[in-house]
Design a protein around this ligand. Structure first.
Ligand code: ADP
Ligand code: MG
Length: 339
C-alpha cells in the first residue's frame, strides 16, 4: 500500500489549534488582555463591536514589539515568555504556549500596530487566515493595538454557533471582570458599540470590586487575610446576609490568574455552613498566592484550571481562615433553620 500520512500545512494546524483556544469572542478577549498584561501595560483599552463578532480590539501601553517580533508573534509556538519546559514551574506571565496569536490569526482578520520604547517608528501588520497581507511602518504610540475582525470568517460552522450579540457581550464582560479584578493596579477602559461600559482607574482590590459591582458592594465585603508557609490568602468574602439565590460573584485568583476550582469552592461553602440558607450562594473574591513550583497551570489550553500539589492543605486553610473572618466581622445572627 502507498504511504498515506501527510503533514498538515501550518494554516490548517493553526485552525485546528484555534478550536481549542478560541471558543467564542470572549476567549479572544481573554488572550489579548493577558498579552497586554504580560507586556507590562499600566493602561488597557478593550473595544468591542457587535458582541465581538465584528471587532475585538485591545490597546495597551506595554513594551510593544520590534518589527521582527511583530511578525514572529503570529507563528505557532512563538513566545518570549518561556524557553524550556522547566520554566513552566516558575511562571510569572499569563501566557507561555505561544499559540494564541497564531490561532486567532488563523480564524480572523487581525490588524496589529505596535512600537517599542526605543524605536522612533512602529510596525503595522495585517493578517487574515494566517496569511500576512501587508507589513508597513507606522507612526503609533508606544505599546500594542491588536484588532480582531470577523472572527471565524473562514469557519462558518463556528460562526453560526455563536449566540446573540448580547449573550456574547455578557461572556466578554465576565472575562473582563476576571482580568480586571486580578489586576487592580492596571487602569482599564471598556467600550461596546461606541459607548463606555467601564472606566476603571488604577486602584486597590477593594476599590476595584466596588468600581465593578457598584457602591453597595462595599458594605458587603469582609476582609480575609492569612499568611502561611503554603499559601497567602487575601481578599474578601461577602457577609452571609448577602448570600444570593443565584450564584453571584465567586472568584478565585491564584497568583493573579482567575481559576475555577470546585474543590476550593467547597472549602468556602464549608466555612459558611450554618450561616446561610441552603440553596443560597455566598459571594467571594479570594486571592491565593502560592509558590509557582507548587502548581501546574498547563493542564488545559484556556489555563483556568490548576493542579495544586497540596489541595487538602489549601482546603483546610481556606475554610478555617474564612470561618475566622466571618466570626470576626459577620454581624448577622446564626440562622435557625428549625423555624
Ligand atoms: P504567549 O502569550 O503564550 O507567549 P501569544 O501567541 O499570545 O503567546 O503571543 C506571542 C508573543 O507575542 C508573546 O510571547 C509576546 O512576545 C508577543 N506579544 C503578544 N501580544 C503582545 C502585546 N500586547 N505586547 C507586546 N508583545 C506581545
Ligand atoms: Mg498570550
Amino acid at each position: 500500500m502507498a504511504d498515506i500520512i501527510k503533514l498538515l500545512p501550518d494554516h490548517v494546524a493553526n485552525q485546528i489549534a484555534a478550536g481549542e483556544v478560541v471558543q467564542r469572542p470572549a476567549s479572544v478577549v481573554k488572550e489579548l488582555l493577558e498579552n497586554a498584561i504580560d507586556a507590562g501595560a499600566t493602561s488597557i483599552k478593550l473595544i468591542i463591536k457587535d458582541g465581538g463578532k465584528s471587532l475585538i480590539q485591545v490597546v495597551d501601553n506595554g513594551i510593544g514589539m520590534s518589527a521582527t517580533d511583530a511578525r514572529l508573534s503570529f507563528e505557532r509556538h512563538a513566545t518570549s515568555k518561556i524557553q524550556s519546559a522547566e520554566d513552566l514551574f516558575n511562571l510569572n506571565t499569563k501566557g507561555f504556549r505561544g499559540e494564541a496569536l497564531a490561532s486567532i490569526a488563523a480564524i480572523a482578520r487581525v490588524d496589529l500596530q505596535t512600537k517599542t520604547a526605543n524605536e522612533e517608528i512602529g510596525t503595522a501588520i495585517e493578517i487574515e487566515g494566517s496569511e500576512i497581507k501587508s507589513q508597513e511602518v507606522v507612526a503609533t504610540p508606544q505599546g500594542t493595538s491588536l484588532a480582531v475582525k470577523h472572527l471565524f470568517f473562514n469557519i462558518p460552522a463556528r460562526r453560526n454557533f455563536l449566540k446573540s450579540d448580547a449573550v456574547e457581550l455578557r461572556h466578554i464582560t465576565d472575562e473582563f471582570h476576571r482580568v480586571a479584578l486580578a489586576h487592580p493596579s492596571i487602569a482599564f477602559n471598556y467600550y461596546n458599540n461606541g459607548s463606555e461600559l467601564f472606566n476603571l482607574p488604577e486602584s486597590n482590590f477593594r476599590q476595584r470590586i466596588v468600581n465593578i459591582f457598584g457602591k453597595k458592594s462595599n458594605e458587603k465585603l469582609v476582609p480575609v487575610n492569612e499568611d502561611t508557609q503554603v499559601v497567602k490568602v487575601s481578599g474578601f468574602i461577602c457577609k452571609s446576609e448577602f448570600a444570593k439565590k443565584s450564584r453571584g460573584e465567586q472568584y478565585f485568583f491564584v497568583n493573579n490568574r482567575f481559576i475555577k476550582s470546585h474543590y476550593l469552592h467547597y472549602a468556602v461553602l464549608a466555612a459558611f455552613e450554618g450561616l446561610i440558607k441552603p440553596g443560597t450562594h455566598p459571594g467571594y473574591f479570594l486571592n491565593l498566592e502560592v509558590d509557582p513550583s507548587s502548581i501546574d497551570i498547563n493542564i488545559h489550553p484556556t489555563k483556568t484550571e490548576v493542579k495544586f500539589d497540596d489541595e487538602q492543605t489549601l482546603y483546610a486553610i481556606l475554610r478555617s481562615t474564612i470561618k475566622h473572618s466571618l466570626g470576626q466581622f459577620n454581624v448577622a445572627p446564626t440562622l435557625d433553620f428549625d423555624h
